[in-house]
Design a protein. Structure first.
Length: 320
């Protein structure tokens, strides 16, 4: 059986043959353009009420419901982008606020491109999620980060924060083997890697996330929870997951030097994290006052435009 969740995405040809399967009956339609193909699918959706209706082009391995196929057709450029892995990795520096602002790590950020134009990462991941391609995209994004870091010769003492989607990992012991192989092939030290739950991911299964974290840790890597403001900053949740790092979203860092409510929240996160020996990282630092307040209350690491913007090259941040 062809796996549309983890397999290579099917490309939709600009012209070709559409195969329409309705139970035992098969119909063939020729299309000359993507627009013609989209019109044909609209007709099928409008006319048919069959639950056994599936479509594909002649070169496709998978078969799809007309509604699913329509999303692929309407976003065929994004589909090609994913299939061709037309993206690069940018690096944003993270500094040690408690150790002379020394470079501590880089966060690896996916930067998709298509035909010379940038594509917003959230748009690409949203499309991938809607069409069951987020497993493949997430895997290849992790691969891009590791390969890029290796090619840029990131120093071994500098950590690499790499995002991942827990929902893309069904079985951690199996699904993460590809990532672990890429790490070995590119001579990246496992201890250099910090795998981070992305902020857009809604976590509903804490037990599953705990299993993923344990698999990463067993392989000598570290893990981080992003966006603690979404509800992770409770002693019970952090005790169960045992992350090595928690990252505080920009929403709670922006103007924290002058907002009492934010100050109380940040101090509470630092207090809870200290009890569990978890390091705290503040994201979105854009002002010196924010950086100094975070340093003063004991936040370990900082990240943001004041420190350095994401870029394709490995640069050491220089604070003005």
């Amino acid at each position: 059986m062809y796996c549309t969740d983890c397999g290579v995405p099917d490309i939709i040809e600009q012209s070709g043959t559409l195969l329409i399967q309705d139970g035992e009956k098969q119909v063939v339609a020729i299309y000359q353009t993507i627009a013609e193909l989209e019109q044909e699918i609209h007709k099928l959706i409008h006319k048919s009420t069959s639950s056994e209706l599936f479509v594909r082009t002649s070169s496709m391995r998978g078969k799809y419901s007309p509604e699913h196929f329509l999303k692929l057709v309407q976003n065929h450029e994004l589909l090609e982008l994913i299939a061709n892995q037309s993206f690069t990795t940018h690096f944003q520096p993270i500094i040690d606020l408690q150790n002379k602002d020394e470079l501590f790590a880089y966060e690896c950020l996916l930067r998709p491109q298509w035909q010379g134009k940038s594509v917003p990462p959230f748009k690409l991941f949203e499309f991938a999620r809607e069409t069951n391609l987020h497993n493949y995209l997430d895997q290849k994004a992790r691969e891009s980060s590791i390969v890029s870091a290796s090619s840029k010769h990131v120093p071994k003492e500098v950590k690499l924060f790499i995002n991942f989607l827990p929902s893309s990992i069904y079985n951690p012991e199996f699904c993460l083997q590809h990532t672990f192989t890429i790490v070995r092939e590119n001579s990246i030290l496992p201890s250099q890697l910090v795998f981070e739950v992305v902020e857009s991911e809604q976590i509903h299964d804490i037990d599953h996330l705990e299993s993923i974290f344990k698999t990463y840790k067993k392989s000598g890597m570290q893990v981080a929870l992003d966006d603690v403001g979404a509800g992770y900053a409770t002693l019970e949740v952090l005790e169960k997951l045992q992350p090595d790092f928690v990252k505080i979203d920009r929403e709670y860092v922006s103007h924290c030097d002058s907002t009492l409510e934010k100050q109380l929240f940040l101090k509470s996160v630092v207090s809870v994290a200290a009890k569990l020996n978890i390091k705290v990282l503040a994201e979105g630092i854009e002002r010196k006052e924010e950086l100094e307040f975070c340093r003063t209350i004991g936040i370990h690491y900082g990240q943001g435009y004041l420190i350095g913007k994401p870029g394709p090259d490995i640069l050491t941040p220089v604070l003005a």
